[in-house]
Ligand binder design. Structure first.
Ligand code: ATP
Length: 273
């Protein structure tokens, strides 16, 4: 029996309180999805999807095209509302299905889309400054002098994303891999509890791919939970974390990469193709 099955019934009647409030005591997970279904014109993109992410955990999600990985991210970030099912954050305290996208970002869920979207005509440093100060009043923010604490945080993030010596270059002049790292750094500036990262190594060289695995491991070791969607199995192996394989909107297999890769259904629908 999964944790979800064990935990859900005994608290199913607990009252919800206020906007986004949820069922305290439902789960100890940071992120809890239970029975999430999303239908587009009668087609089930997510079909009773259930899984959890623990505080401080990094999790890799694999699966064939159309398995529902993007839709799952869209549900977590409030872009898509589920037809049914539970989506809770913060040990069951917050019902994400009641919040809009901005409220979910403010709660501490950051999302990195597949394509890098840095400000190409700003320096790498200004990209991070903007992210640290928030996107509102963007121009005014660039010219406001940072506090010592902000400068220290920027230096720390540059160390983590290994772009210290590139801080004065224009964002547009970075390599594809460096842009991806900068954008991950911009997310870190918001200090999210949970980072959702969609196919970060697509288009990267082998060396950049290995460095990205190291970067995500370091971010995770610093206390951020991470959910990474990726097709590159070398990269997933480098992450060394639990893997969830989605297929037709549900969990097909879950475990270590070796366990999931040995699953006959996973080989049939995904790895063996
Ligand atoms: N807005 C939409 N309207 C109709 N169908 C959609 C919509 N969004 C997704 N779908 C369908 O839902 C299914 C799941 O799509 P989704 O993008 O979540 O899969 P995925 O696992 O992210 O795939 P990929 O690896 O190709 O990115 C697909 O069959 C897709 O065509």
């Amino acid at each position: 029996m999964s944790d979800i099955e064990t935990l859900a019934p005994e608290t199913a009647d607990a009252p919800a309180e206020g906007l986004g409030a949820a069922k305290t005591g439902l789960t100890e997970a940071l992120l809890y999805l239970n029975g999430v279904t999303v239908t587009f014109d009668g087609f089930r993109a997510l079909n009773e999807l259930s899984f959890t992410v623990d505080p401080g955990e990094m999790r890799a999600i694999i699966g064939p095209n159309g398995a529902g990985k993007t839709t799952m991210m869209d549900v977590i970030t409030g872009k898509t509302r589920p037809d049914k099912g539970d989506v809770y954050f913060n040990e069951g305290r917050t019902d994400l299905t009641k919040l809009d996208e901005t409220e979910i970002v403010t709660l501490g869920i950051g999302r990195k889309f597949q394509k890098p979207t840095v400000f190409e005509s700003h320096t790498v440093l200004d990209n991070l400054r903007l992210a640290l100060k928030g996107q509102r009043a963007a121009l005014a923010n660039i010219f406001r002098k940072e506090t010592a604490a902000e400068r220290e945080r920027i230096d720390e993030i540059f160390e983590t994303i290994k772009l210290t010596e590139h801080r004065d270059r224009l964002g547009g002049n970075l390599s594809h891999g460096q842009k991806q790292w900068l954008e991950i750094g911009m997310l870190l500036a918001q200090d999210p509890k949970l980072l959702l990262v969609d196919e970060p190594v697509a288009g990267m060289t082998d060396a950049e791919t290995a460095q990205t695995a190291e970067l995500l491991r370091e971010i995770n070791a610093n206390g951020h939970s991470v959910v990474v969607v990726e097709h590159d199995m070398t990269f997933v192996r480098d992450l060394g974390v639990r893997v969830l394989c989605l297929h037709e909107g549900s969990v097909l297999a879950e475990g270590t990469l070796d366990q999931v890769s040995a699953n006959e259904r996973v080989i049939e629908v995904y790895l063996g193709r």
